[in-house]
Design a protein around this ligand. Structure first.
Ligand code: 2YJ
Length: 283
């Protein structure tokens, strides 16, 4: 799993409007809309999303705090309409602070897990799962539909697996490849999934690519044409720089925005399913 670096997210909070506009140009839908689609909610979740207070708690465990990480999460959640704050204390003291200040939800990440918790509804949203669904929903919006189409998924970690399952749930067939074949074992002989034996075989199977590896240049200029569409949540970006230069407008990529926005909506859906559905209060 890639650990985000300060450089990956530097200035991201100030470019959210631009990112939202680019996403809308690419897919016809904005950040919050795609995150809502990814969470499978077709109604209006804005009420609880806007009402609940989120405490973002920096964690010093493992490799420690990433400069600007919590503030970037705060900027993304604020951008989609949530009320939130970064605690002044990290770790357990930060959790106490968040709860004392009235947070109904907590956002926190260590080196292995990035999660958002709902303290009232007792549910959680995982960054890997939500990033997979968020980018899959963005690729689907860009493609119009994936029903009856084949999508190539590169990387069978939490993000690739979650995206692959989303695509199949939306009527697609998935060809999945991971350089560690054992990571694909769960997909062998599963209806609508095919495990490719090589990267070349996977890339030849489709013109819709989901790049969820941690490698560079898995998709190069020769793999792309005017018809190719790519969703690339992987860090570092798995699309080569010459391919980006020529076909960048066909590549959906960001380091954190879609994942965090998708977590927020996923959590509202889960809370609603547990009875914390206050959407009826919207006039
Ligand atoms: O609070 C902080 O500043 C740090 N503890 C944040 C750590 C962020 N974690 C990562 O970047 C890891 N790669 C985990 C992300 C899980 C993605 N599925």
């Amino acid at each position: 799993m890639t650990r985000l670096k300060e450089d990956d997210i530097a200035g991201l909070g100030r470019r959210l409007e631009l990112h939202d506009r680019q996403l809308r140009q690419q897919t016809g839908r904005g950040l919050a809309e795609i995150a809502a689609l990814a969470a499978g909610y077709r109604g209006n979740l804005q009420y609880r999303l806007k009402k609940v207070l989120v405490g973002i708690v920096p964690l010093t465990t493992g490799e420690g705090i990433i400069g600007g990480f919590s503030e970037t999460v705060e900027a993304i959640l604020s951008y989609i309409g949530m009320k939130c704050f970064v605690t002044s204390m990290p770790d357990a003291a930060g959790m106490v602070e968040a709860v004392e200040r009235g947070a109904g939800q907590i956002f926190m990440a260590d080196d292995l897990t990035c999660t958002m918790l709902d303290l009232q509804a007792h549910c959680s949203a995982d960054n890997g799962v939500c990033t997979g669904r968020g980018f899959a929903a963005a690729l689907e919006a860009r493609a119009g539909s994936v029903r009856g189409r084949t999508v190539t998924v590169l990387g069978a970690g939490p993000v690739g697996t979650s995206a692959a399952e989303y695509f199949v749930s939306r009527g697609a067939d998935v060809v999945i490849y991971d350089k560690m074949p054992e990571k694909c074992s769960q997909f062998v002989e599963k209806p609508h999934f095919k495990v490719a034996g090589s990267l070349a075989e996977a890339l030849a199977a489709s013109s819709l690519y989901f790049e969820a590896t941690t490698a560079r240049d898995t998709i190069t200029l020769q793999d792309m044409s005017a018809d190719t569409l790519v969703a690339a949540p992987g860090i570092p970006l798995g699309v080569s720089s010459d391919a980006m230069e020529r076909f960048g407008s066909q590549v959906i990529h960001d380091p954190l925005e879609l994942g965090v926005a998708s977590m927020a909506f996923d959590l509202q859906v889960k809370a609603a399913l547990k009875g914390f559905d206050e959407t009826r209060k919207i006039s």
